[in-house]
Design a protein around this ligand. Structure first.
Ligand code: PHE
Length: 449
C-alpha cells in the first residue's frame, strides 16, 4: 500500500472498526436463515464450537500477520515468503465476488426501509410481497443501484471516519432493539417451540453439509479468509493486546448473530408452525418474517422503520469495508488513481450485481450447479474459495512460517499458544479439507451425505 498507515488511536477504536466490518448482513440476514435451514440447535452448536476454535485461531493468525508485516494480504504473504504470495491473491477473490451481491441484499434492505418510511408496512406482511418484489426485473435493480451508489460515494469521498462514528452508537442500539424484539417474539403463540428448535441440538441434523455451512458462515460473518483482517491488523499498534481484541470482536459478532436468530427463528414457528418449507425459505426469511412481527406490535410501523434503518447502517459499514478492500487490491496492482479505481470497481459491481439480482427473478431458470446466479456467487465464495484460503493460511502458518512467529507477535499465553498450535497445524487443515471435499462431492452428485 502506498499511502501511510494511519493506525487506530486506541484499542477500542480498532475493535469497533473491525466489528463494524464484521457485523452486517451476515449476522442479521444470513445467520438466521442458515440456522433455520440446517436444524436450529445443531447448527448453533456447531457454529459456536467452530467460533471458539477455528474462528479464534484464524482471526488471531490474520491480525498477527497484518500487524507483523504492516501490509495488506498480497504484500503480507509476499513479505513473509515470496513463494506463498499466491495465497494473498487467492484471498483477494472472495471480496470481489461478495461485494456485488452484498449490494443486492443492501438494496432489498433499502427498499424495506422505504416501505416503512412511507407507511406501507402492513403491505409487506402479505404473503408473496417479498417474492413479488425480488422477481420483478426493474425495481430490485434500482434499489441495488441506489445502495451501491451510496457505498461507492462514501468510499469515493473518503468519509469512512464519519461512518465509523455512527457505528459506535449503532451497534449497542441494534443489540438492544433486537433483544427487545426477541423477547416480544417469545410471547407470540407457538414461538416457544421455535426457541426449543433454535437452542436444542438435534443430532439427526448433523451432517458434513451442516458443518460446511457453519464454517462458511463463520468466515463470512467474521470477515475471515479474505485478507480483510490482515489489513485491519496492519493498522493495529504493536503494544495493544491482540488476544483481548480478537475475543471482543468474536463476542460482538457471535452475540449479534445469536440474537438475530433468536428473533427470527421462533417467529417462523409462530407464523407457520415451523413447517419445513418455511424453515427452508433461505434468503427471503428475514424479509418475509419480520414485517409480520412488526404488524402485531403496538407502534410496529415506527419500530420497523427504525429496525431497517439500523440494518441498513450495519450493512453499509460492511459493504464500505468490502469496497475499500477491493479498491485497494486493484489500486495496489494497477497503480491507478483512487478515483479511477473506485469507478472501475463500481462498474464491476454493476456487471456482477445486476445478474445476481435478476437471478432471483427473470433469470431464475439459469442455474450453475443447481444454484441461481446469486446463490452461486454466495456458494463459490463462502463454501469453496474461503475454505481453500483458510486451509492454505493454516498450512502456511503451521509449517512454513511456524506458529511460534505469530505466537510471539500476539504474545499469547501458554494455554492459548497450545490451542493455536494444535488447531492451526492439525485440527483446522484436516477438518477443512474433509468438509470441503465431502460437500463438493455431494454438490457434484458423487456422494450422498
Ligand atoms: N462480515 C460481514 C457481514 O457479516 C460481511 C463482510 C465480509 C464484510 C467481508 C466485510 C468483508 O455481513
Amino acid at each position: 500500500m502506498s499511502e501511510k498507515r494511519s493506525g487506530f488511536s486506541s484499542r477500542l477504536g480498532f475493535v469497533l472498526a473491525a466489528a463494524g466490518s464484521a457485523v452486517g448482513l451476515g449476522n442479521l440476514w444470513r445467520f438466521p436463515y442458515l440456522a433455520a435451514r440446517y436444524g436450529g440447535g445443531m447448527f448453533l452448536l456447531v457454529y459456536l464450537v467452530l467460533a471458539v476454535t477455528f474462528g479464534f485461531t484464524l482471526m488471531m493468525a490474520e491480525i498477527a500477520i497484518g500487524r507483523k508485516t504492516g501490509l495488506s494480504a498480497i504484500g503480507a504473504f509476499r513479505a513473509l515468503n515470496k513463494k506463498y504470495t499466491f495465497i494473498g491473491y487467492l484471498a483477494s477473490i472472495p471480496p470481489i465476488i461478495i461485494l456485488p451481491y452484498y449490494c443486492v441484499i443492501g438494496g432489498w434492505v433499502t427498499k424495506y426501509l422505504w416501505v416503512y418510511l412511507s407507511g406501507q408496512g402492513t403491505a409487506a406482511t402479505e404473503t408473496g410481497f417479498f417474492k413479488q418484489f425480488i422477481t420483478q426485473p426493474g425495481e430490485p435493480v434500482l434499489w441495488f443501484a441506489l445502495y451501491l451508489g451510496l457505498t461507492a460515494l462514501v468510499v469515493l469521498l473518503g468519509v469512512e471516519k464519519g461512518v465509523e462514528k455512527v457505528s459506535k452508537w449503532l451497534m449497542p442500539v441494534l443489540v438492544v432493539l433486537s433483544l427487545f424484539m426477541a423477547v416480544y417474539v417469545l410471547f407470540l403463540p407457538g414461538a416457544l417451540e421455535g426457541v426449543v428448535y433454535y437452542l436444542k441440538p438435534d443430532f439427526s441434523h448433523f451432517s458434513a453439509t451442516t458443518v460446511l455451512a457453519a464454517l462458511g458462515q463463520l468466515f463470512y460473518s467474521m470477515s475471515l479468509a479474505m485478507g480483510i483482517m490482515i489489513t485491519y491488523g496492519s493498522y493495529m499498534k504493536k503494544e495493544d493486546n491482540l488476544t483481548a481484541s480478537v475475543r471482543q470482536i468474536e463476542i460482538f459478532d457471535t452475540g449479534i448473530a445469536f440474537v438475530s436468530g433468536l428473533m427470527i427463528v421462533p417467529a417462523v414457528f409462530a407464523f407457520s408452525g415451523g413447517n419445513a418449507e418455511a424453515l427452508d425459505e433461505g434468503t427471503s426469511l428475514m424479509f418475509s418474517t419480520l414485517p409480520r412481527v412488526f404488524a402485531g406490535m403496538p407502534g410496529g410501523g415506527i419500530i420497523g422503520g427504525v429496525f431497517f434503518l439500523l440494518v441498513l447502517l450495519a450493512a453499509l459499514t460492511s459493504s464500505i469495508s468490502l469496497m475499500e478492500t477491493v479498491v485497494s487490491i486493484f489500486q495496489d496492482k494497477l497503480k491507478w488513481s483512487r478515483r479511477t479505481t473506485c469507478l472501475a470497481v463500481l462498474g464491476l459491481c454493476v456487471v456482477l450485481g445486476v445478474p445476481s439480482s435478476l437471478g432471483k427473478g427473470v433469470w431464475k431458470s439459469f442455474t450453475i450447479l443447481g444454484n441461481d446466479i446469486f446463490d452461486f456467487f454466495d456458494f463459490a465464495a463462502n463454501s469453496v474459495i474461503m475454505p481453500i484460503v483458510a486451509f492454505l493460511t493454516c498450512v502456511f502458518v503451521g509449517y512454513v512460517l511456524k506458529p511460534k512467529t505469530l505466537i510471539e507477535e500476539a504474545r499469547l499465553g501458554r494455554r492459548d499458544a497450545v490451542l493455536f498450535t494444535v488447531v492451526i497445524r492439525y485440527v483446522a487443515p484436516v477438518c477443512i479439507l474433509l468438509i470441503l471435499a465431502s460437500s463438493l462431492m455431494a454438490k457434484l452428485g458423487i456422494l450422498t451425505i
